[in-house]
Design a protein around this ligand. Structure first.
Ligand code: NAD
Length: 259
């Protein structure tokens, strides 16, 4: 299927590895010119070269921390009028809520709620004027299916989800959509560290713990980042224009609810 987004411009936040990189890769493959970002030059070089070798859209790298004003300024001065914005940042640490104080909470809310809101605030009106825009926020299955040790993530992402529900409808008349993608367990560094924390907590050996753990997911395996990226590219497509304000689970059937 031709997604009809070749030649569009996209900012993909936090994209040197993991889900951000997978989204950038799928968009470049579709001919989208993509601005990738990470906190250090070293983190970006390999990914930049890998994506550029695809031979689709052009790849641009911006060094910066998307959770800071300066990082977002750098991204938006490099690509002031993106057609596509994928909001993403590293996830907060797992732990016990009794150990978290104001700093831990403010860091989580800043990284996983405010940073995305600020990027939307600075790009949405331009998308509406140009009559095309696709905004995707990478959140988490934790929004629908909370886990105690991921309290910082549960709280901050639920806040972002509530905000998005309030603003996502009005831009639809301008062919601008805003959706959230909710990963379950997709095979990235972050996922592996979370599974390791779970194995350590259960005092279990990692390989055998992982095998049993993934058997509990209906798909019986972790997700492939490329599956996540391909879904992202589809949501950014011309064809997905009538799909907005949705929370889209990519979790191999793990979330057990009907809705
Ligand atoms: P990851 O740790 O594998 O990769 C994160 C990437 O973001 C890295 O390239 C890192 O350099 C970059 N990055 C992190 N913080 C940044 C910042 N402040 N500024 C710029 N770049 C930054 O993580 P991932 O698995 O790709 O997860 C992405 C997001 O999705 C995280 O918030 C994570 O908590 C969430 N999530 C992931 C899963 C999963 O299964 N992988 C599940 C639920 C939620």
């Amino acid at each position: 299927m031709d997604l009809k987004i070749a030649g569009k411009s996209a900012i993909v936040c936090a994209s040197s590895r993991g889900l951000g990189k997978a989204c950038a890769k799928a968009l470049v493959t579709e001919g989208v010119n993509v601005w990738i970002t990470a906190r250090t030059e070293e983190a970006l070089v390999e990914t930049h070269n890998e994506l550029a070798a695809i031979g689709g859209g052009k790849v641009h790298s911006v060094v910066g921390d998307v959770t800071t004003e300066a990082g977002r300024d750098a991204l938006l001065s490099a690509c002031p009028n993106p057609d596509i914005l994928v909001n993403n940042a590293g996830g907060p640490p797992a732990g016990n809520f009794r150990d978290w104080g104001q700093k831990e909470w403010f860091d989580a809310v800043n990284a996983n709620m405010f940073s995305a809101i600020d990027m939307i605030k600075r790009t949405l009106d331009g998308m509406c004027e140009r009559k095309f825009g696709r905004i995707i926020n990478i959140t988490s299955v934790a929004v629908k299916f909370s886990q105690a040790e991921l309290g910082l993530s549960n709280g901050a992402r639920a806040g972002l989800t509530g905000f998005i529900a309030g603003i996502a409808r009005e831009p639809a008349q301008h062919n601008v959509t805003i959706n959230n993608m909710l990963p379950g367990f997709i095979d990235t560094d972050r996922m592996r560290s979370i599974v390791k924390t779970k194995a350590d907590g259960a005092n279990a050996e990692l390989d055998s713990f992982s095998e049993t753990f993934f058997q509990k997911i209906p798909a019986k395996r972790p997700g492939d980042p490329d599956e996540f990226g391909a879904t992202c590219a589809f949501i950014c497509s011309e064809q997905a224009a009538y799909m907005t304000a949705q929370n889209i689970l990519i979790d191999g059937g793990m979330y057990p609810g009907t809705f």
